[in-house]
Design a protein around this ligand. Structure first.
Ligand code: SN0
Length: 347
């Protein structure tokens, strides 16, 4: 797991230590899902692993599930947790190298990341896409800044282009609910009043590409995700056709990637309804939440027995716990103390 490539331009594969930045950091999805399901059965088994270790969680955007499930995961491992909200509490950070800081930003990422690294053993960061500047978002300025200047492992709690903790929880949820080896899984776009990032959809696609399944993405024309991510995944523009025989319907809105950050379609015909679900093979309904009722999906579907969104959110804890557990036990910086102790004890 956790390749070590030092190329900042390619942040998706870049980490100098044991980071969880992208779904691409998963070396064996089936092994990870198995391990997470084991954790789910006995979540307190490794209560000592994180003793005296601190997780720092830095939020540049709102959160409910990510914040509480990651915190819960850390507590299950015996870690201490510190949460900092940059939306209205932290200094505004500067990320540009060589910037003349005579404007709004008070502190450079260089100091901020190094300082936080002294207080924390792992830093988790949430920094959504701004959806204005595609290049800037693709460069993952905030995550890349922490990767470059922090001296401890970094966990991505949703960056501009990915939400790998969500995708891992999604994989766990599909594994628990599938009734055949190769289920048909459909990622369906649905309308939304706000322009939303592509991050959740991107990571879901990348995760699905790591496993054997009949995977179809459906969205209106103009809503193609970054082709570097979708690669050769099947795209079906006819939502009804895509839904035929599906075992899982994963719904998510995202704004246009081509017409970057724009809402170019708000057709209510894309809302997931009971009629549409009737086209499927009694499919389970999934969404990462928060979900806009009767815009993305009707009450009838969301409140039906086929909706597994609550269990999906529950699995966020075990996904996060697996990632923290791997970092705690595998990161050279974190296990250094252990190694030294072993040496001292002549082991
Ligand atoms: C975020 C997104 O990336 O789409 C987080 C999902 C886990 N979702 C939203 O920002 C929804 C906000 C809203 O007002 O519905």
């Amino acid at each position: 797991m956790f390749n070590q490539i030092n190329d900042l331009a390619n942040y998706r594969l870049n980490y100098k230590t044991m980071n969880y930045i992208s779904v691409q950091n998963i070396d064996s999805l089936s092994e990870w899902v198995k391990a997470a399901l084991k954790i789910k059965k006995k979540p307190l088994k490794n209560k000592k692993l994180g003793k005296n270790k601190t997780l720092g969680m830095l939020f540049f955007n709102p959160s409910l599930r990510t914040r509480l499930s990651t915190q819960k995961a850390a507590l299950n491992l015996g870690m201490n947790v510190m949460v900092m909200n940059f939306t209205n509490e932290g200094w505004t950070l500067e990320f540009e190298d060589g910037a003349i800081m005579n404007q709004g930003a008070s502190e450079h990422i260089k100091e901020a990341a190094e300082v936080v690294s002294q207080y924390c053993d792992i830093i988790a960061v949430r920094a959504f896409a701004g959806l204005v500047d595609k290049e800037k978002d693709n460069a993952e300025t905030v995550l890349a800044g922490f990767l470059k200047f922090a001296t401890v492992p970094i966990v991505n709690m949703e960056g501009c282009t990915g939400h790998p903790l969500q995708a891992l929880a999604d994989a766990i949820t599909i594994e628990e609910h599938k009734t055949k080896h190769r289920p048909k899984v459909v990622l369906s776009w649905a309308p939304h009043p706000k322009a939303l990032p592509q991050a959740v959809a991107n990571s879901f696609v990348e995760m699905m590409q790591l496993q054997d399944s009949d995977f179809v993405i459906t969205h209106p024309e103009g809503y193609e995700l970054n082709p570097e991510i979708t690669k050769n995944s099947v795209i079906e523009y006819d939502q009804n056709k895509a839904f035929e025989n599906a075992d899982f319907i994963y719904t998510k809105n995202w704004s246009s990637y081509a017409d970057y950050g724009k809402i170019t379609n708000s057709d209510p015909n894309w809302t997931v309804t009971a009629e549409k679900m009737a086209l499927t093979n009694n499919a389970k309904f999934m969404h990462c939440l928060p979900v806009r009722r009767n815009v993305i999906v009707t009450d009838e579907v969301l409140d039906s027995d086929n909706s597994i969104v609550i269990e999906q959110a529950n699995n966020r804890t075990y996904a996060a716990q697996l990632v923290l557990q791997k970092i705690l036990s595998l990161s050279p910086s974190l296990s250094k103390g252990k190694e030294e102790k072993k040496k001292k004890n002549g082991k």
